[in-house]
Design a protein around this ligand. Structure first.
Ligand code: GLC
Length: 632
C-alpha cells in the first residue's frame, strides 16, 4: 500500500515519475504539526524497533540513537558525530513501515536522539509530498517504494571491473605508469581515472594538452588495450573570458543568480566559477550536451563531483574575511579576537549565508537555493544522464555522482565521497550499502583503501576484500597521500589474489545486480531482513546478506587473522584467493573464522550455488560460459 500526502505546492523533484493521487491529509498516520513554517511529525519507537534508511548517511544500518540531516554536504570527515554527508536520501523505515519525504530542502531526522522512544522529523518547509508505504516485511516495503521511484541505473558490464584512481595522475606518463604497474604485477584492471588535472586549469570540457598530448588517440589506444579512462566533471564552470563554456553560460543567463540578478560567483578548484542552474531543463540540455566533447574522443565514463554544490568561498565572503583581517593588522589578538578571526576563515567554505544568497529560476520565477539545495547535484547528474540516454541508449555510459537525491538513481550511481584510510571506514562502507540500496542506488561503493590520509598495506587489502562485492570497485586516494595502487605495496601477488576473486565473481555479481534493478530488490540486505526473529541477526552491523545465496563478513580490524562471525543458519565458509578455494561447512551460531590478507571471506547458504569464472585481466576477456559452481 502506498499513500501520498501532499501539503502546499511541492517543488517538482522528479523523484517519483508517476505520482499516485493524493489522499486526504486528515488521514496522515503520524501526530504532526506546523511550527514556524516547518512540518514536524513524530513516530513512536518501541524498544525493539529497527529504523532503516537514509541511504548514504553516517553511523549504523539501524539509524536509532542519532540525529541526521538531509542536506547535501561537502564534508571530508565522515566521523560518527556528523549529521549529513553528500546525499539527501529521504526514505526511512520503522520496521516495515516506510516513508519517503519528497522535499528538496533540509529535513532533520531526530531518531531517538532527544527522546529514546520517539523519532521527530522536521521538514523545513510546508510544501512537500510524503509517501507512506506499508507492507508486511521490510524487503516488500523497499520493493514497493522502489517501484514508485523507478528502476535503478545499470552501468555497462565493464564498470564491474577493477578501477584505479588517484588525485591525480597528472599526465599521460603517470597514467601509463599505472597501467604498466598493474600489467607487470598481473593484476586485473578495467579503468583508470582522470582527476581534475587532466583539464586545462580545471575547466570543464577542456584537456590540458601539455600533460595529455593527442588525448583522443591516447583514449582510443587505451580502449584498444581494454582500459577505460574516466574523467571527472565538476559542477562549477570557471569564469574566464574566451572560455566558451563560461561565455555561453553567461550570455544565455544559465548560471545561478544572486538576489539582484547577477551571476552568483563562488570559488572552487579553478578559482571563481559560475554554477549552472541545473534545475532548468534548457540548462540541463546545454550542459549535458557538453559531455559530447569527451564522448566524441572515445570517453565512455564520468564521475560528477563538487555538486552539493561545494563552494570553497564566495567572493563576498572572502572579501569580508580579508577586510576583517586587515582591520586587525598590528593588533594584539586576545583569545576571542584570534579565534573569531580564525573561525571567519575556517568557515568560508559551504557557508549557509552563501547558499542562501543563490537563486534558481523555476517556472520563470526566482527560487532561493535553500529551498532546492538537495536536488542541485542530482540535477547535474540528470543533465548528463538525459544526454547519454538520448545519444547512446541505456547501459552504455558509466556515471556516478557525489551529491545525490532519490530519482538520480535512475540515471547514475554514487560513490561515498572523501572517506579516510581508517579501519572504521570499512564498516561505514558496509553499512551504507544496504541503506543506499533501499533508496535505489545500486551502483555504489567507497574509495577503497580510503581517500584521505596514508593507507597501510593491510588496510588496502581488507578494504579491497569488501570492495570485491561492491558494484563500484575503485581504489582512490587524495593528493599528498601515500601511493595506494595495488602494485606499490610489498608482495603485490596478494592484491592480485583479491582482485582476481572479483573477476571470478563478475558473472554472479552482474546478474545479481541486474536482477536487483529489474525487480526493485536490494543487492545487500541487513541480516534482520532475512532473519527477523533472530535477535543476533537483528543487531548485526558487521555482516550483510548478498543476493539470495550469500553472506559477507569482511575483516575490519588491523593485526588480526580473522574475525568472529554469526551464522543465522548453516552455511559453508569459503576463503577465495586467486583461483584457490578453501571451504568449511559451519553450523548456525558464532564462529571465529580465519581469513588471511590475500583471502576474500564469503559464506554460502546450505545447498545454494554460485558460479565462478576464470579470472582475466579485463572484464571483456571473461568467459561467462565456462564457470565452475561452488555450493554451500
Ligand atoms: C573531491 C572529490 C575527490 C577528488 C577531489 C579532487 O574531494 O571528492 O574524489 O579526488 O575532489 O578532484
Amino acid at each position: 500500500m502506498i499513500q501520498r500526502f501532499t501539503m502546499g505546492q511541492p517543488i517538482e523533484t522528479e523523484a517519483v515519475p508517476q505520482k499516485p493521487a493524493a489522499v486526504d491529509f486528515a488521514s496522515f498516520p503520524y501526530p504532526c504539526r506546523v511550527e514556524n513554517g516547518c512540518f514536524i511529525f513524530t513516530l513512536t519507537l518501541e524498544k525493539d524497533d529497527i529504523v532503516y534508511g537514509l541511504g548514504e548517511a553516517p553511523r549504523g544500518i539501524n539509524k536509532r540513537g542519532w540525529i541526521y540531516q538531509s542536506y547535501c554536504s561537502d564534508d571530508p570527515f565522515h566521523t560518527e558525530t556528523k549529521q549529513s554527508l553528500y546525499a539527501a536520501h529521504n526514505f526511512l523505515m520503522q520496521n516495515s513501515d516506510g516513508l519517503f519525504i519528497d522535499f528538496p530542502a533540509r529535513i532533520v531526522w531526530d531518531i531517538g536522539y532527544t527522546k529514546t522512544d520517539t523519532a521527530e522529523i522536521r521538514v523545513e518547509g510546508a510544501d512537500f509530498d510524503i509517501y507512506v508505504i506499508r507492507q508486511d516485511t521490510p524487503a516488500e516495503t523497499v520493493r514497493e517504494f522502489r517501484s514508485l521511484i523507478g528502476k535503478s541505473y545499470i552501468p555497462p558490464l565493464w564498470a564491474f571491473g577493477f578501477q584505479q584512481s588517484r588525485w591525480s595522475y597528472h599526465n599521460r606518463d603517470a597514467v601509463e605508469g599505472v597501467i604498466q604497474g598493474y600489467e607487470a604485477a598481473d593484476i586485473p584492471l578495467d579503468c583508470v581515472y582522470l582527476d581534475i588535472d587532466y583539464m586545462e586549469r580545471y575547466k570543464d570540457f577542456t584537456i590540458n594538452k601539455e600533460a595529455f598530448p593527442d588525448f583522443e588517440n591516447y583514449v582510443r589506444e587505451k580502449r584498444a588495450q581494454g582500459i577505460h579512462l574516466i574523467p571527472i566533471i565538476d559542477a562549477g564552470v570557471k569564469k574566464e573570458d574566451g572560455y566558451s563554456v563560461y561565455e555561453e553560460g553567461r550570455e544565455k543567463g544559465y548560471f545561478c543568480k544572486t538576489a539582484d540578478g547577477k551571476d552568483f560567483e563562488g570559488g572552487v578548484w579553478p578559482g571563481i566559477v559560475g554554477f549552472p542552474d541545473f534545475l532548468r531543463k534548457e540548462v540541463r540540455e546545454w550542459f549535458g550536451a557538453k559531455y559530447r566533447f569527451l564522448t566524441d574522443m572515445g570517453i565512455d565514463g564520468f564521475w560528477n563531483d563538487m555538486n552539493e554544490p561545494a563552494i570553497f568561498y564566495s567572493v563576498q565572503g572572502l572579501q569580508n574575511a580579508l577586510d576583517k583581517a586587515a582591520s586587525l593588522k598590528g593588533e594584539s589578538l586576545d583569545l576571542s579576537k584570534f579565534f573569531n578571526l580564525k573561525d571567519t576563515f575556517m568557515g568560508l567554505s559551504n557557508r549557509q549565508e552563501d547558499y542562501a544568497s543563490i537563486y534558481h529560476l523555476i517556472g520563470g520565477k526566482p527560487v532561493n537555493h535553500q529551498k532546492v539545495h538537495n536536488i542541485y547535484g542530482a540535477s547535474m547528474t540528470k543533465a548528463a544522464g538525459e544526454y547519454f540516454e538520448k545519444a547512446f541508449g541505456k547501459e552504455k555510459i558509466l556515471m556516478f555522482s557525489r551529491a545525490s537525491y532519490i530519482g538520480a538513481h535512475r540515471s547514475s550511481g554514487i560513490w561515498f565521497g572523501d572517506n579516510h584510510s581508517w579501519w572504521s571506514h570499512i564498516l561505514l562502507c558496509l553499512r551504507m550499502l544496504p541503506s543506499a540500496n533501499m533508496c535505489g542506488f545500486l551502483y555504489c561503493g567507497a574509495d577503497l583503501g580510503g581517500f584521505n590520509e596514508n593507507a597501510t598495506r593491510d588496510l588496502v587489502l581488507r578494504f579491497l576484500a569488501l570492495g570485491v562485492f561492491t558494484p563500484l570497485m575503485r581504489n582512490h586516494s587524495a593528493l599528498g597521500t601515500r601511493d595506494q595502487e595495488c602494485y606499490r605495496f610489498e608482495n603485490p601477488e596478494d592484491f592480485r589474489d583479491i582482485v582476481q576473486v572479483r573477476y571470478r565473481l563478475i558473472p554472479y555479481l552482474y546478474s545479481t545486480f541486474r536482477r536487483a534493478s529489474d525487480n526493485n530488490e536490494m543487492i545487500f540486505r541487513p541480516l534482520s531482513f532475512d532473519y527477523p526473529d533472530d535477535k543476533i541477526a537483528r543487531e548485526c552491523e558487521t555482516q550483510l546478506m548478498l543476493g539470495d545465496e550469500c553472506m559477507i563478513a569482511p575483516v575490519y580490524e588491523q593485526n588480526v587473522g580473522g574475525r568472529y562471525v554469526y551464522l543465522p543458519e548453516d552455511m559453508t565458509y569459503f576463503r577465495l584467493s586467486g583461483e584457490r578455494i578453501k571451504s568449511q561447512p559451519l553450523g548456525k551460531g558464532v564462529h571465529y573464522v580465519d581469513a588471511a590478507l590475500n583471502e576474500v571471506p564469503l559464506f554460502l547458504k546450505k545447498g545454494r550455488s554460485i558460479p565462478l569464472c576464470k579470472p582475466a585481466l579485463r572484464t571483456a576477456e571473461l568467459d561467462f560460459e565456462n564457470t565452475e559452481m561452488i555450493t554451500g
